[in-house]
Write a protein of this length. Structure first.
Length: 620
């Protein structure tokens, strides 16, 4: 048996020191350098002269450049990522502090050109380049703005897409329809990066997408009203969609990307740069700035509520009393953030009242299932079963179950097959919110371990059935919001066990065998972000603290006594708690496979604490 007490105590005291005065934990939600680059571009395009911030962001961007001149999304990506490299190159150039002749920029330019130039970057970067006059808008909008007018009973309509897809689509449709460009005099020229400069800009590469647009066009033709009446109405509908979803801090749905696009969409509609809505939106995304290793980073969103719900739950699992001031403050913070407004989720879930929790610190209309069950876990020891907040939270989480039996993140049944088959880049991540193993597993774990919901309840049985069907042939599960198969498998196993599935069940046995097979020689586990790109488990080649904690927790859940794999894993974990190298910075979450990865700074404390506590409680 490994003595874990010192490790548990160290994590608890570390978390105690890191807690904010309001009771939350504001550990960074780190997403590479693209948001930093976009902030420089936004500041220069709006002609806001915040030189201290621009210079700090430049230093951070340059600190991440590889020797070959490129930037990567993750450590083992290969020689670099052309989209991230162009984002960085453009921002450094636009900052005005680095000329094209700078050796670092010359190396970046060489990498971009050797990887196909500007036409090979991702869709979102092409949109940003078009807005700032570096790339031509297509002759026809990639998504016609009249889409927003299609009724809910049309096979594909605006609400067929996920809420995070809509948040970006609404301003994009305005911008693309207006072909809006804002290009101040000092905007740099990137034309030398366009290897297709005398041809058409490459936006849509497939006949399937054109067929989809034709299908949408047929639907638009059937709308009541003349074309010259429909377009202004569509503009107003899209603008209203954005303005109705502005959070108290001025951001649009608390997301950097959608707020960035909204600012330019409103400018294209005649708003002035000094309009209070635009200045507050800018202040909102600027307020999401954090500091990492002495340098500023623009977070895509804040993760305060997610951090706090998980930490509150982990601390109490480790034996910290709910009466401890640290836990009391955390739970007061969580209770103050329960949502009372109807959000977009009500479109597909009209029979439920609000009661969920969201992800960011400022989030009043965008709850999700994961944050809701995590918050409920944390407050479970302080609220009686008849408490209104508790009942509303459970009711909302239950109501969000999809018709297929699984749970999504934000919206029910946002998994149209028509949308799934769209040949748009990253469509399955950007436009869909289907059932996924990580959400379904953790929701089952919550209902099984923290409520008196019967294991024979229809929702539990349907969740189990969906989860078993979703298991891969090798025994693993894919986790939509984490990296990736280890994450999904941990969530699925702990969920099935909480729902009463025995170890003798073949789904549990296959999963445990898979986890044992992929354990590293040092006792830990580690998975590459390439898993998301190749749609199969790809080992990282080295162990990480968080992957090890997930795998171990799954093994501990099914074990009556510690075995060799568990003891080796616990030993690795205990010896690695103070580790500080590239593996501790490696992404453990993702928003868009192959394009958007997340390093949650809080995870290195949360999941080892949970795992060590479960080990101690069960075996010691």
């Amino acid at each position: 048996m490994v003595d874990t007490r010192n490790g548990i105590d160290w994590i608890i005291e570390t978390l105690r020191k890191k807690q904010s005065p309001d009771g939350s934990w504001d550990d960074p939600f780190e997403t590479g350098i693209s948001t930093d680059a976009y902030m420089i571009i936004l500041l220069r395009t709006l002609e806001i002269h915040d030189e201290e911030l621009i210079q700090g962001l430049c230093r951070r961007i340059l600190s991440r450049q590889e020797k070959n001149g490129a930037w990567k999304l993750f450590y083992d990506e290969g020689d670099g990522n052309v989209t991230a490299t162009l984002d960085a190159y453009y921002a450094l150039l636009y900052s005005g502090y680095y000329p094209k002749t700078d050796p670092k920029l010359l190396a970046a330019k060489k990498f971009i050109l050797s990887h196909g130039g500007i036409n090979e970057v991702g869709l979102y970067t092409k949109i940003m380049l078009a807005i700032t006059g570096q790339y031509e808008w297509p002759s026809d909008s990639p998504v016609p703005i009249e889409l927003i007018l299609l009724p809910l009973n049309f096979p594909v309509n605006f609400y067929s897409f996920s809420v995070f897809g809509r948040a970006n689509l609404a301003p994009l449709m305005i911008l693309a329809t207006n072909k809006f460009t804002l290009k101040p005099a000092k905007t740099p020229d990137l034309s030398e990066l366009n290897l297709n400069r005398y041809g058409e800009s490459l936006w849509i590469r497939s006949s399937e997408w054109r067929s989809f647009l034709s299908f949408i066009g047929d639907g638009v033709k059937n709308l009541n009203g003349l074309p010259e009446e429909l377009r202004p109405l569509a503009f107003e509908r899209a603008k209203k969609y954005m303005l109705d979803r502005i959070e108290p801090d001025g951001t649009f749905c608390s997301y950097y990307s959608s707020t960035f696009l909204m600012i330019f969409a409103l400018l294209s509609q005649g708003y002035k740069k000094t309009d209070p809505i635009i200045t507050k939106a800018f202040s909102g995304i600027k307020s999401m700035q954090c500091e990492i290793k002495g340098l500023p980073h623009m977070q895509y969103t804040t993760a305060d509520l997610w951090n706090t719900s998980l930490i509150g739950y982990a601390l109490q699992s480790a034996g910290i009393s709910s009466d401890d001031p640290m836990v009391q403050k955390a739970n007061r913070y969580l209770l103050s953030r329960q949502q009372h407004k109807f959000g977009d989720w009500v479109i597909h879930n009209p029979n439920s009242l609000p009661g969920g929790w969201g992800f960011s610190n400022i989030n009043t209309i965008l709850p999700d299932v994961d944050d809701t069950t995590a918050s409920l876990r944390s407050i479970s020891r302080i609220v009686p079963p008849e408490n209104a907040a508790w009942e509303r939270g459970i009711s909302w989480a239950l109501s969000m179950q999809n018709n297929d039996g699984g749970w999504p993140a934000f919206e029910r049944n946002a998994d149209s097959k028509l949308v799934e088959n769209l040949p748009m880049e990253k469509a399955k991540f950007l436009l869909m919110d289907p059932s996924c193993a990580d959400l379904t597993g953790r929701t089952l774990e919550f209902f099984g371990n923290y409520t008196n919901l019967s294991r024979n309840h229809e929702a539990i049985k349907n969740g189990i059935t969906w989860l078993k069907k979703d298991q891969k042939k090798d025994g693993s599960w894919y986790g939509r919001w984490g990296i990736c198969y280890i994450y999904g498998t941990w969530a699925a196993i702990t969920g099935l066990k909480a729902a009463g599935i025995p170890n003798s069940d073949s789904s549990v046995g296959k999963a445990i065998s898979w986890l044992r097979r992929i354990q590293n020689k040092d006792g830990g586990w580690g998975e590459s972000c390439h898993s998301d790109i190749q749609n199969k488990y790809i080992p990282l080649g080295t162990s990480t603290i968080v992957h090890t904690a997930w795998a171990l927790d799954a093994l501990i859940t099914v074990s009556d006594q510690p075995n060799v794999e568990i003891e080796r894993g616990i030993t690795y974990l205990m010896n690695s708690l103070n580790k500080d190298d590239w593996t501790t910075d490696y992404p453990k979450g993702q928003g868009m496979g192959g394009a958007f990865y997340i390093h949650y700074h809080s995870y290195r404390y949360i999941f080892p604490l949970l795992t060590l506590s479960h080990y101690q409680r069960k075996f010691q």
